[in-house]
Write a protein that binds this ligand. Structure first.
Ligand code: DSN
Length: 414
């Protein structure tokens, strides 16, 4: 692990906060579907002197001098991302998922244009048209839903809405959706009405890069992803597109949306992409899915309802209504036993997003620790018991001890 000697001597308060969080991560378990643990090489890269540089512009076309090494870093990140996703064009500068999506909209749309996106409580993201988000404020989003019986996206219904509304862009790719996405069908529908296709693969990028889920890059006009979820890189994002949209995208990112890129993060993205190109990453991604499927089956055996009744990827959404506990309460109880999760809406949730009826669980982080099916079975039992014995402090203490023991036997950083 990195040592923080200088920080310790200079700033006790922040040093202590970092050490506390380090201990929490070591002793507790992350089942938050969007979280992961980066490698020590990625961590080191983020802490380098590359953070000192300003590089507005793109390799070979910067607005500041002294770029000879930075250009190489950015070109390496681009080349590796192209290889990983078979993309024609990649912009590696977006600071995170929402700014990346803002740049995509800016590249293809004018304020007020009509866009089709999945509703937040059905698994979509805030930046896919929610009224409190810039996307919903600037653009005229029409929202589609999952089928209330199957919990899956009903492509016939998407087609019906698209033909009626004729949006300029269709957005697919979600934050709380556990099923394969029919990219090709989205593309067919978009082609019928001449709409742009935009895939936000932030959640599943690592599984797509590993070849385990279908890749939208060959079908879609533009694709964004964060780099820190299943892809296991630093906090940030990239945008991919067909070559014909390269200039539109690059101009929207800079000077449209952002100033100088974060070169230390670009370098860490390159390191993470290098890791994701290795065969070990494919094995990791396979185990992420096996673990999520195992967790889904175990929870079902304990009488939990799963939205869409299972998973094809790294996450599941529990519908807790039959368990007489809200998502927020379940999140709080599980926090008490050292398991971090995130409350989640379920499709057509009767309750508000702050206190929704579901709980989202994901396996990317615990799989990075090396946990497999036998550990997942234990974790599923502990989740069930914590919810069942939510008022029994002794039982919760006992479960916390078990979580800690398991975590310590699967260290994140050796
Ligand atoms: N906040 C992320 C998630 O948890 O899904 C999406 O941006």
């Amino acid at each position: 692990m990195l040592n923080y000697e200088k920080l310790k001597n200079q700033d006790q308060k922040i040093y202590q906060a970092i050490k506390n969080e380090e201990k929490r991560q070591a002793e507790e378990m992350e089942l938050i579907a969007s979280e992961n643990y980066v490698s020590e090489a990625v961590l080191e890269t983020m802490g380098t002197i590359l953070t000192n540089k300003y590089s507005e512009g793109y390799p070979g076309k910067r607005y500041y001098g002294g770029q000879k090494f930075i250009d190489d870093v950015e070109k390496t990140a681009i080349e590796r991302a192209k290889k990983l996703f078979k993309a024609e064009h990649v912009n590696v500068q977006p600071l995170s998922g929402s700014p990346a999506n803002a740049a995509v909209y800016m590249a293809f749309l004018k304020p007020g244009d009509k866009v089709l996106g999945l509703k937040l409580d059905h698994g979509g993201h805030l930046s896919h048209g929610h009224p409190v988000n810039f996307s919903g404020m600037l653009y005229n989003f029409i929202q589609y839903e999952v089928n209330s019986e199957t919990g899956r996206i009903d492509m016939e219904n998407v087609r019906k809405i698209a033909l009626k509304e004729k949006p300029k862009m269709i957005v697919a790719g979600y934050s709380a959706y556990s099923r394969e996405i029919e990219w090709e069908k989205f593309k067919e529908i978009a082609d019928e009405i001449g709409a742009y296709t935009f895939a936000d693969i932030a959640h599943t990028a690592g599984l797509i890069a590993a070849g385990l889920l279908e890749n939208p890059v060959p079908f879609f006009d533009v694709i964004s992803t964060t780099t820190h979820k299943t892809l296991r890189g630093p906090r940030g994002a990239i945008i991919m597109s067909k070559e014909k949209w390269a200039q539109k995208i690059d101009r929207a990112v800079f000077p449209g949306m952002q100033g100088g890129p974060h070169d230390h993060i670009t370098a860490a993205k390159a390191v993470a992409f290098g890791e994701a190109l290795k065969s070990e990453f494919k094995e990791y991604a396979k185990q992420v899915i096996i673990n999520a499927k195992t967790l889904s089956e175990e929870m079902k055996n304990f009488g939990f309802k799963i939205v869409s009744n299972g998973t094809d990827n790294h996450l599941i959404v529990l519908d807790l209504r039959n368990k007489k506990i809200s998502g927020k309460e379940a999140e709080t109880i599980l926090d008490k036993i050292g398991i971090s999760t995130s409350r989640s809406t379920i499709p057509n949730d009767p309750n508000p997003p702050m206190n929704p009826s579901g709980l989202r669980l994901g396996t990317p982080a615990i799989t990075t620790r090396g946990m497999k099916e036998s550990e997942i079975k234990k974790i599923a039992l502990w989740i069930k018991e914590a919810i069942e014995f939510k008022n029994n402090e002794e039982k919760l203490k006992e479960l916390k001890k078990k979580t800690k023991e398991l975590c310590l036997s699967f260290p994140i950083y050796k």
